[in-house]
Ligand binder design. Structure first.
Ligand SMILES: CC(C)(COP(=O)(O)OP(=O)(O)OC[C@H]1O[C@@H](n2cnc3c(N)ncnc32)[C@H](O)[C@@H]1OP(=O)(O)O)[C@@H](O)C(=O)NCCC(=O)NCCS
Length: 159
C-alpha cells in the first residue's frame, strides 16, 4: 500500500510541479509548452488564485498533481498527472476524489476535463469517477509535430 498524503499547492510548488509534468509522456500532455513556461504559469496562476492545485506526495516525493482552473461562476476545468513510476496504485483516484470533494465544498457546480481521444487511461478513470461525455472537440490540442489532436469533453455536476 502506497503511503500517500495530499495537500494544497502554493506558488512555491511551481518548480516541483513543472518537474513532475516534464516526466509525463509528451503525447499525453494537452499543452506542449516548455518546462519553464509551465513553471511560470503555475507560479502566476497559483499565486493569483486563478488555479487551485493539489499535490500527492509519497515519502516526501511529489508523485502526482491535480490542477483546477477555477472558472466560477463558469465551469472549472481540471488537469492531472501521475509520475510514471507511481501509476496504477490509486494516486490519480485519490487526487480526483480530493479535488471533487473540494469543488463540491466550494460551490463549483460543474467540473470539466478535455482528454485527447487516444488517452484511454484518463478517459476510463474519469468515467469511473462519475464524469460523463458531453462532446467531441475537433482539432482541440495543437501538436509540435504538426496538426492538432481531437479530444473528448467530459463533465461532472455537483450532486
Ligand atoms: C491517467 C493517469 C493520471 C492515471 O493515474 P494513476 O495514478 O495510474 O491512476 P489510478 O491508479 O488511480 O487508476 C484508477 C483506475 O483508472 C483506470 N486506469 C488508469 N490508468 C489506466 C490505463 N493506462 N489504461 C486503462 N485504465 C486505466 C483503471 O480502471 C484504474 O484502476 P485499476 O488500476 O484498478 O485497473 C496517469 O496514467 C497519467 O499521469 N497519465 C498521463 C497524464 C494524463 O493522461 N493526464 C490526464 C489528462 S488531463
Amino acid at each position: 500500500m502506497l503511503d500517500l498524503t495530499i495537500r494544497r499547492a502554493t506558488a512555491a510548488d511551481a518548480d516541483g510541479i513543472a518537474d513532475l509534468i516534464a516526466a509525463i509522456e509528451p503525447d499525453k500532455l494537452v499543452s506542449e509548452i516548455s518546462r519553464e513556461e509551465r513553471r511560470d504559469r503555475f507560479r502566476e496562476y497559483l499565486g493569483a488564485g486563478i488555479n487551485a492545485a493539489f499535490l500527492a506526495e509519497s515519502g516526501g516525493r511529489l508523485v502526482g498533481e491535480l490542477t483546477l482552473a477555477l472558472g466560477g461562476p463558469d465551469p472549472t476545468r481540471l488537469g492531472f498527472s501521475v509520475h510514471p513510476d507511481f501509476r496504477r496504485r490509486g494516486v490519480a483516484t485519490k487526487l480526483l476524489q480530493h479535488g471533487i470533494a473540494w469543488a463540491d465544498a466550494n460551490d463549483i457546480h460543474k467540473l470539466t476535463a478535455e482528454v485527447m481521444t487516444h488517452n484511454a487511461g484518463a478517459l476510463a478513470l474519469l468515467q469511473e469517477l462519475g464524469f460523463a461525455e458531453e462532446g467531441y472537440l475537433v482539432n482541440q490540442f495543437r501538436r509540435k509535430s504538426g496538426g492538432a489532436n481531437d479530444a473528448v469533453l467530459l463533465a461532472r455536476m455537483r450532486l
